[in-house]
Write a protein that binds this ligand. Structure first.
Ligand code: ADP
Ligand code: MG
Length: 635
């Protein structure tokens, strides 16, 4: 110890005692952040001295390296954090470490409940990081010497309860040493590797070297703050690996520095593979929030919407208070503003990629599309841009994994076409066999093929594209069918009186299916199938309803309208049989079976027992009839 001069005792203000108590108990969840706070203060002090040296070319001490040294003493249970920064004069110590800068807020903070304190933004605006050291310390000494010429050095010490003491000391170099006498139960902080890993976690991008026992513990410079032209491709990729721990080259990145309305810089990366898709649980946002190169939060969820959760990277704004708590992010104006800017920029980048690097965009879509498209449903503000970025397979694609944009669809719509259509099913093959597709094939109208169960949810969210309503092909009143009436059904070949016979069949069917469908009608959309089930207008499609059912087991699918193809041989035969009262029971069975077939085609699961019994009956009839025919031939 240096020669001891007169020691002066100071009483902490009552409010400060209270504040110390509050801070050490409720501001931080992880005690290890004390190190972050002290390193941040050291870094601030170094930044100031660097600035001073830059603005005063003839100042003293330019030869002193700008660095932070951490010394660990296991035996004495001390941690010493030394910097060669700006230091403090006696007045500055009293001012900066003895009083709280924003005293008006103190009453406010002290009167808040425990919960409210954690939620209060006011804590975030408090310059109180230093005091967090008392979470781990029995006693703290600050030995400091101002950078000013011939400054007297001082030692401040306190146990963080009632008092602090000041003594003049001899200190050779400018700067500050913080000597922490650890509490017995916190002595693990003298462990070198522990300290190194805390530095890696929170302070790796501090722009001055942090030396632990002479070894540099922080490695990477804050490349997001560098001008783009100074960074090599390799450095960008290295940094990606560092923050994600994934050995791959990212698909793209976005490096930005904004000046207005908020000053911030950021690098965001899009991973080349979607880890949610490969069995990982829902991704945590990977955005690290920095305030002037000091890490504030490593998985900040407030900086990007959920649908961009696949992005990794760093956002740095000096306007974010270091000690902002997780709970106060929601209310932070700057965070909100940065989020808006970032989302707009990312969408713009994606649009450019889609336009100029189609293949790359499609790779992005195949990997991250599943997450990304949620945005079209959720982000109302950017709906327009997001709709442009959606991709689907369609009837005009030659392969199941080809992709088109809604814009492409809209651009090749027929002049008389007023709606955009889609069909949902588990696979492209299933859609191609779907009865709903028949009319579209016949009229050569394009249909979007939706094979991801979420697609319909997303399309029903955006509802229209370029003012054209987007509709499921299984709806009852499609615009496409409005003038289809007579055109599709050629009645010239029908036997005389078939009109009546067919009407009679519809009537029989309505009675037979009274409990199962809302109506039975002649179809103008079917070509090859005998019948199908369509949705009364405004009702969600079957697939959509199945999705609801997955979430709500109680949900009952709504009844539908049965459409009947009068040109189909089964229907023609049925109509004829129906005119004979003796065949009525068989007709009813077949009608019910047709209804089950249509339901099965839609993938609706139902109790199979009735159907199996009925099918057995039908097969019995069929075999009987066949044998009867054979007998007739033999005789
Ligand atoms: P903040 O950093 O938000 O101002 P702190 O409680 O962390 O709040 O620090 C209070 C003040 O103490 C700082 O603003 C600074 O003036 C002074 N200080 C703390 N540590 C150092 C240091 N290592 N060198 C110089 N000044 C320091
Ligand atoms: Mg601080």
């Amino acid at each position: 110890m240096s020669e001891n001069k007169k020691e002066e005792g100071f009483e902490f203000q009552a409010e400060i005692k209270k504040l110390l108590n509050i801070l050490s108990h409720s501001l931080y969840t992880h005690k290890e952040v004390f190190l972050r706070e002290l390193i941040s203060n050291a870094s601030d002090a170094l930044t100031k001295v660097r600035y001073h040296a830059l603005t005063h070319p003839d100042c003293e001490g330019k030869e002193i390296p700008l660095e932070i040294n951490i010394d660990l003493d296991e035996k004495n249970k001390t941690v010493t954090i030394s910097d060669t920064g700006i230091g403090m004069t006696r007045e500055e110590i009293i001012q900066n470490v003895g009083t709280i800068a924003k005293s008006g807020s103190l009453d406010f903070i002290a009167n808040l409940s425990e919960e409210a304190r954690k939620n209060s933004n006011i804590i975030g605006q408090f310059g109180v990081g230093f005091y967090s050291v008392f979470m781990v310390a029995d006693e703290v000494r600050i030995r400091t010497k101002s950078y000013q010429k011939d400054a007297q050095a001082f030692e401040w010490h306190s146990d963080g309860t009632g008092k602090y003491f000041l003594t003049e000391i001899d200190k050779e170099k400018r700067g500050t040493d913080i000597v922490i006498q650890l509490k017995e139960e916190e002595k693990e902080y003298t462990d070198k590797s522990k300290i190194q890993s805390i530095i890696k976690k929170y302070s790796n991008f501090v722009s001055f070297p942090i030396l632990v026992g002479g070894e540099k513990a922080n490695q990477i410079t804050a490349i997001w703050k560098e001008p783009k032209k100074n960074i090599t491709e390799e450095q960008y990729n290295e940094f990606y690996k560092f923050i994600t721990n994934v050995e791959e080259t990212p698909l793209f990145r976005h490096h930005t520095s904004a000046e207005a309305p908020i000053q911030f810089s950021s690098i965001l990366y899009c991973p080349a593979t979607n880890r949610e898709m490969y069995g990982y649980k829902k991704l945590d946002h990977g955005i690290q929030l920095y305030s002037n190169k000091i890490l504030i939060q490593s998985d900040c969820k407030m900086l990007l919407p959920e649908y961009l959760r696949f992005l990794h990277g760093v956002v740095d704004s000096a306007d974010i208070p270091l000690n902002i708590s997780r709970e106060t992010f929601q209310d932070n104006r700057i965070i909100h503003a940065m989020k808006n800017i970032l989302v707009k920029q990312i969408l713009k980048l994606l649009q450019e990629t889609a336009k100029n690097e189609k293949e790359k965009y499609e790779t992005f879509w195949r990997q991250q599309g599943r997450i990304f498209k949620e945005g079209a449903h959720l982000d109302f503000e950017n709906k327009e841009a997001l709709s442009q970025l959606l991709r689907f397979n369609s009837s005009k694609c030659s392969k199941a994994d080809d992709l088109i944009a809604l814009k492409e669809y809209a651009d090749r719509m027929k002049p008389e076409q007023n709606e955009i259509y889609y069909i949902t099913a588990a696979s492209r093959e299933a859609i191609e066999k779907s009865p709903y597709l028949e009319i579209f094939k016949k009229k050569d109208v394009e249909v979007l093929f939706l094979t991801d169960p979420h697609d319909e949810f997303i399309l029903s969210g955006i509802m229209e594209f370029e003012k054209k309503p987007i509709r499921s092909a299984d709806q009852a009143n499609l615009d496409l069918l409005k003038d289809a009436d007579k055109k599709i059904v050629d009645t010239t070949e029908e036997p005389k009186g078939f009109e009546e016979t067919f009407k009679h069949l519809l009537k029989t069917m309505r009675l037979a299916l009274a409990d199962r469908v809302t109506d039975v009608k002649e179809s103008h959309r079917l070509v090859d199938s005998p019948c199908c089930l369509v949705n009364p207008d405004g009702m969600p499609s079957v697939h959509f309803q199945k999705l609801i059912q997955m979430m709500d087991k109680e949900y009952k699918t709504t009844k539908k309208i049965m459409e009947v193809n009068r040109k189909h041989q089964i229907i023609k035969n049925l109509a004829k049989m129906n005119d004979n009262v003796a065949h009525q029971p068989l007709v009813e069975k077949i009608v019910n079976q047709l209804c089950d077939n249509a339901l099965m085609q839609d993938g609706v699961v139902f109790e199979p027992m009735n159907m199996v019994t009925r099918l057995n009956d039908l097969m019995e009839e069929l075999t009987k009839a066949t044998l009867g025919d054979v007998k007739r031939i033999i005789v």
